[in-house]
Design a binder for this molecule. Structure first.
Ligand SMILES: Cc1cc2nc3c(=O)[nH]c(=O)nc-3n(C[C@H](O)[C@H](O)[C@H](O)COP(=O)(O)OP(=O)(O)OC[C@H]3O[C@@H](n4cnc5c(N)ncnc54)[C@H](O)[C@@H]3O)c2cc1C
Length: 356
């Protein structure tokens, strides 16, 4: 039986743990923090909006992977402990202008995905917003995960599959076949997977130099009240809105290179101003804002594979870690069990950025 130690219990580490345990590996998941299922936890995953929105404005060589991951979410949902934390109600994308709307539709068509223009009355029915928008598009293949609900479900799923969960164990030394923690734990493995988000220390970077390519980007989110009719995500220039299982959120700022500093009222005000400009009077604050730190890669797509010294990494998920976590787990499983790596998966290899 393959023994795998995963470092980091964010959404990426948890999905990898569940996937590998399902495939028959003996998995230990090592996490530096206590299990804190609140939006104020340090990891990005609990703080995120959780939108599963694969359609971007512009095509990328990896666009198909985003949809593959959304399809995996759908197929994994049935019977999962977190099933009630995910919805696939589609999304509304408000394009900047007619040319942008045409480009988005062409991009969706090339991927074989359904996108159609929304008339003002359809827009009102789907959102409850009394606004006349010219370039609103309905994106059918879109959903949203409630991060706290899904992480708690993934944790239960991992436990049920026999994953050993070591919270409050901060990995201090990594070798291809061993992880040691500051707390005195020594975990032997056939393979080690590092999923540390934006928090890799020098020890982790020494074990997997590609982690040096990951940089932090702070994001603010604010809880809001939305009309009851609002059922899908809405993405518009300068802001987005999502209705999760328990709440609605307005997001999100993107502050490259910033890791600390807590909530900045002026950043939150920027989000409300962008929403107010498009939907006057419609988006109402409903509590304290919070922040999270995204692990950015240079091209915004994750690095999944050998981190450069015989240790696997699943890192740099940038703005789409929730969306891409199931696909990441699939790729990591292929590496662990020495199965063929599809060329489009190989394109996410950390080696694409060269030596750091
Ligand atoms: C404001 C905001 C909004 C977002 N919205 C979306 C969205 O709508 N859709 C989407 O798909 N994505 C979204 N994201 C991005 C997404 O949240 C991240 O890409 C994803 O959560 C990264 O997951 P992760 O598991 O890699 O990192 P994290 O969640 O940060 O987890 C990494 C974990 O590793 C642990 N760790 C680090 N070093 C060690 C060590 N030495 N020993 C043990 N443990 C260690 C950390 O404590 C941490 O818990 C958003 C992010 C933010 C901040």
């Amino acid at each position: 039986m393959k023994r795998v130690v995963i470092v980091g219990a964010g959404v990426v580490g948890l999905f990898c743990a569940v996937r590998l345990a399902r495939a028959g590996a003996r998995v230990t998941l090592v996490e530096a923090e206590i299990q804190d299922l609140s939006v104020y936890a340090p990891g990005a995953s609990a703080a995120a909006a959780g939108m599963l929105a694969p359609l971007d404005h512009a095509p990328s060589p990896h666009s198909k992977l985003a949809f593959q991951s959304l399809d995996l979410w759908r197929s994994l949902q049935a019977g999962a402990e977190w099933a009630d934390g995910v919805r696939f109600d589609g999304g509304i994308l408000v394009a900047a202008n007619e040319a942008d709307a045409q480009a988005v539709q062409a991009h969706a068509r090339a991927l074989g995905r359904a996108v159609s223009p929304l008339s003002p009355s359809q827009f009102r029915r789907r959102t409850g917003f009394d606004a006349k928008l010219d370039h609103a598009l309905l994106v059918e293949d879109e959903g949203v995960a409630d991060p706290l609900r899904v992480m708690s479900g993934l944790y239960m799923q991992a436990r049920a599959l026999g994953v050993a969960l070591a919270y409050r164990h901060d990995a201090s030394e990594i070798a291809p076949n061993q992880v040691a923690t500051f707390e005195g734990g020594i975990y032997e493995a056939d393979l080690v997977v590092l999923a540390p988000g934006a928090w890799a220390t020098d020890a982790l970077k020494a074990a997997a130099p590609a982690l040096c390519h990951v940089s932090p980007a702070k994001g603010h989110l604010a809880p809001v009240r939305l009309p009851p009719e609002f059922g899908a995500n809405l993405r518009a220039p300068g802001f987005y809105l999502a209705r999760r299982r328990e709440d609605c959120v307005l997001g999100a700022t993107l502050e490259p290179g910033v890791r600390g500093g807590g909530v900045k009222p002026e950043r939150v005000a920027e989000l409300f101003a962008a929403a107010e400009a498009l939907l006057p009077g419609a988006v109402v604050p409903a509590g304290r804002a919070w922040t999270g730190i995204r692990p950015m890669s240079p091209d915004g797509w994750p690095m999944v594979g050998d981190g450069g010294a015989g240790v696997l990494i699943a890192a740099g998920h940038s703005r789409n870690g929730w969306l891409l976590a199931p696909l990441t787990a699939e790729i990591i499983s292929a590496y662990v069990f020495a199965q063929p790596i599809a060329p489009e998966w190989e394109a996410l290899s950390p080696a694409r950025f060269g030596a750091p």
